[in-house]
Structure formats: structure tokens, C-alpha cells
Ligand binder design. Structure first.
Ligand SMILES: Cc1ncc(COP(=O)(O)O)c(C=O)c1O
Length: 425
């Protein structure tokens, strides 16, 4: 493929079948190139109005009556909308807590069901919070389990053979990110799940980097358990609550380790003895964050309307476009690929590695450096992640971002920046 031009990028945007969705997001600075939707998605244009309505009408006017007028069931209805884009069935997904807390609840529930089996398997590409949760659980359960952290051989992927070798009859749980946060490597959910089931192990998937970006088929893969966040490709906003999935036939066999009243059979009877709720409800904990749940609804509508296959097609096309540009303009100036090259083995972001990645990302983000302000994100030690959010990312943005990275490195503009990291990178 010859090197694309800016005009070609603009032509691709004109022909983009999803182009109408970009205007449904708040874009105030047209010189800002935002490629960090894989970390925090953009604000849906109608979300502030939706939040205001919830606050002013359902809280302000209707007050506590709103619990019976939609608040109480919202965790379930939104869960069903997430089920629809992740191949799950109604009643298998619910909004609740944070991803970390949900992972804790489901991992603990799985280990209890799998009593007698002592091994928990994860990998060193998994998100650290997930690994911390598993480490904590091992300690809380009396250091009776062994946490096996598989090591990636290339820093980007885990080979199926590594998992096959590790999962044995003593394996209680395999806990993995479906798409890993740094390299975007994507596991084959069905193959891994089948592999685990053959040995009687359960699998818990973290879908934070998958949901809304790649098609997921939880039921098709016979997946046991999953969790995920709503503030990346679902554009739910900072701190938006997470979701959890439990396959229907497992729901009555599993018990949340946190016996909160929203997970109780009949919370408003105020009985003093806990009885687990029916179905997915038993995995709830306390009062749902009604206002924080509002923004995600808009993106779920857009994704349902657009169709996840179409979203994935655009994401793959844009990643291929980005990769072609990177190969021509960046790999000859110190960058190297940080993501798998096979398009069906990665999610919706591309990691590019460079020894000066941190200072380059600082220069990209600085409004006074170069021609444009570009927001990617940086992940230790040397990854710049460029996120493709198919509902709003344009080819033009990708083209200009690569051009900007090239200028910053060729002119050594990053040398003006310091190595010190902020509290959040
Ligand atoms: C893959 C993955 N898992 C878990 C988390 C933690 O999510 P939370 O802060 O909602 O617990 C994150 C946060 O970015 C993540 O990317």
C-alpha cells in the first residue's frame, strides 16, 4: 500500500458509513486530536441534558418516588443493553460497583464453587488491579491457593500453548483480560473457555477494553463470568459504574462474597437474615449510582443502531490505516510496534513503543508544541497507545497524529519536556 495522503484520509471520512455518529459527541476544540477514547471516552452530546433531566425531574420533582419509576430497574435494563452488544442473554448482565469490585465478587464466588481446586491462572499482561484483586483473595482465603501469572514471551501476547500447559485439573479459575490494556492483544474467548472447561476450570473475562469496540459473544463462547467498565468505549464518563455478567445456569450456584441489601432476595422487607437474591440480582451490593449511570445509555443506543460488526470493521480499517502510516513514517525514527500485527488478534488501539515515549507523549499533548495538540496515552515503560473509537475517530485525525509524532521526533521537540510523571498518566 502506498503512503496515504491527507486528501485520501478526508475522502475516507466522507465515505465512512459511521460518520454521522461523530456529531453526537461534544467536540469543542477542532484542533485537538483525541486518541484516548480507549481510556476515557468522549462526552455524548446529549448526556448533559440527560443528566440534568434525571437530576431536575426524577430527583428534583419526583424525589423518592423515582425509585419505583425507573431508578430501581435501571441497573438491569442497562445491563440488558450491554448484554445485547456482548452476546449475552437478558438477565445475565447488570450494572454494579467498579470493575475491580465486580472482579473481586465474581472471582470469590468462583473459588467458593470450585472448592478443592487450588490454582488461579492469569498473565502478566493483565491489568494490575485485576492481579491485585486475585493476590488479595489468595491471602484472604488463607494462602491456600496458588496464583500462577503466565509470562508473555514477547511482551505483547500469550500463546494458546502456554495456557494449555498451565490449566490442569487443579485449576479453579482462569482470569484474563479479553483485550489486554497495553498491547491490545485479544484472546480467542471461545478457544480459551473450551480449554478451561475441559479441565473443569471456570473463566472470568475482563471486557473493559472490548466492550463497545469489538464484537463479543459471551453465550457463543459459553463464557462463565465477565466484568467490564463503561467509561472507555461506552463513554459513560469518569467513574461511571461497571458491569458484570454471570451465565444464567451458574447464577444460582454462585454467591457474592459481599452480602449487601441490593443483592438480597427482598431488600425492602428489611429482614435481618440475608437470603441471596434471584438470578443476577444477587451480585448487586448497595444502592446503584443512578446519576452516574445516565450517560452510558446514549452510546449503547448508538452501538446497537450501528451494529458491532460495522463498528469492528471501521476499527480494523482505521488500525490498518494507522499501521501503514506508522510503518512508513515512524518505524524509521525509533518507534517499534507494541501490538500484534495480525488484525484479528488485537482490539481497538495500537501501541507504539519508543525509548522516549513519555516525553513524546508530553510534547504531543502540549498545545504550544508542533502544529496540533494530540492526546494519546502513555503506558510504562515505553508505550504510546493510540485509541480508535469508531463512533468518533476520523482518518484525518489519525493522519495528523502520525504526522505530528514524526515532526516531534525529527525536530527533537520532546527534549523540552521533563521525565517527571503526573499522578495520572
Ligand atoms: C482492563 C481493566 N480492568 C480493570 C480496570 C479497573 O477498573 P475500575 O477502576 O473500574 O475498578 C481498568 C481501568 O482502567 C482496566 O483498564
Amino acid at each position: 500500500m502506498t503512503l496515504p495522503t491527507l486528501d485520501q484520509a478526508r475522502e475516507l471520512d466522507r465515505k465512512d458509513p459511521l460518520r454521522q455518529y461523530r456529531e453526537q459527541f461534544r467536540i469543542t476544540d477542532h484542533r485537538l486530536i483525541y486518541l484516548d477514547g480507549n481510556s476515557l471516552g468522549r462526552l455524548p452530546e446529549k448526556a448533559p441534558g440527560d443528566i440534568a433531566d434525571t437530576v431536575e425531574q426524577t430527583w428534583g420533582d419526583r424525589l423518592i418516588r423515582s425509585w419505583n419509576e425507573g431508578w430501581y430497574t435501571r441497573s438491569y435494563s442497562l445491563g440488558n443493553s450491554i448484554a445485547a452488544i456482548t452476546g449475552a442473554s437478558e438477565g445475565e448482565v447488570v450494572i454494579s460497583d467498579t470493575t475491580s469490585v465486580n472482579l473481586y465478587k465474581l472471582a470469590a464466588a468462583a473459588l467458593k464453587r470450585q472448592q478443592g481446586k487450588k490454582k488461579i491462572i492469569t498473565d502478566n499482561l493483565n491489568f494490575p488491579s485485576d492481579i491485585y484483586i486475585l493476590q488479595g483473595l489468595v491471602e484472604q482465603l488463607g494462602d491456600d491457593h496458588e496464583l500462577v501469572v503466565l509470562e508473555s514471551r514477547d511482551g505483547m501476547t500469550i500463546q494458546a500453548g502456554q495456557l494449555e500447559e498451565a490449566i490442569d485439573d487443579d485449576t479453579a479459575l482462569v482470569s484474563l483480560s479479553h483485550v489486554v490494556f497495553k498491547s491490545a492483544f485479544m484472546y480467542d474467548m471461545k478457544t480459551v473457555t473450551e480449554m478451561a472447561h475441559r479441565k473443569g476450570a471456570m473463566v472470568l473475562w475482563d471486557l473493559s477494553h472490548s466492550v463497545g469496540a469489538v464484537p463479543v459473544d459471551l453465550n457463543g463462547a459459553a463464557a462463565d463470568l465477565a466484568v467490564g467498565c463503561t467509561y472507555k468505549y461506552l463513554n459513560g464518563g469518569p467513574g461511571a459504574p461497571a458491569f458484570l455478567y454471570v451465565r444464567k445456569d451458574l447464577q444460582e450456584q454462585l454467591h457474592s462474597p459481599i452480602w449487601g441489601w441490593f443483592g438480597e432476595l427482598s431488600p425492602f422487607e428489611f429482614g435481618l437474615g440475608y437470603r441471596p437474591g434471584k438470578g443476577i440480582s444477587r451480585f448487586l451490593t448497595g444502592t446503584p449510582p443512578v446519576i452516574a449511570m445516565v450517560p452510558v445509555e446514549r452510546t449503547l443506543q448508538m452501538l446497537t443502531e450501528a451494529g458491532m460488526d460495522q463498528v469492528r470493521r471501521k476499527s480494523m480499517d482505521q488500525l490498518a490505516f494507522l499501521e501503514t502510516l506508522a510503518a512508513s513514517c515512524l518505524y524509521n525514527i525509533g518507534f517499534s510496534p507494541g501490538s500484534p500485527s495480525e488484525s484479528d488478534r488485537r482490539g481497538s488501539h495500537l501501541s507504539l513503543r519508543h525509548p522516549e515515549a513519555f516525553r513524546i507523549s508530553q510534547a504531543l499533548t502540549d498545545p504550544g508544541t508542533g502544529n496540533f495538540q494530540v492526546i494519546p496515552d502513555f503506558r510504562e515503560p515505553d508505550n504510546i497507545r493510540l485509541g480508535i473509537s469508531p463512533l468518533y475517530t476520523t482518518y484525518e485525525e489519525i493522519f495528523l497524529a502520525v504526522q505530528e509524532m514524526q515532526v516531534i521526533v525529527q525536530k527533537e521537540l520532546f527534549l523540552d519536556f521533563r521525565e517527571e510523571r503526573g499522578a495520572v498518566t
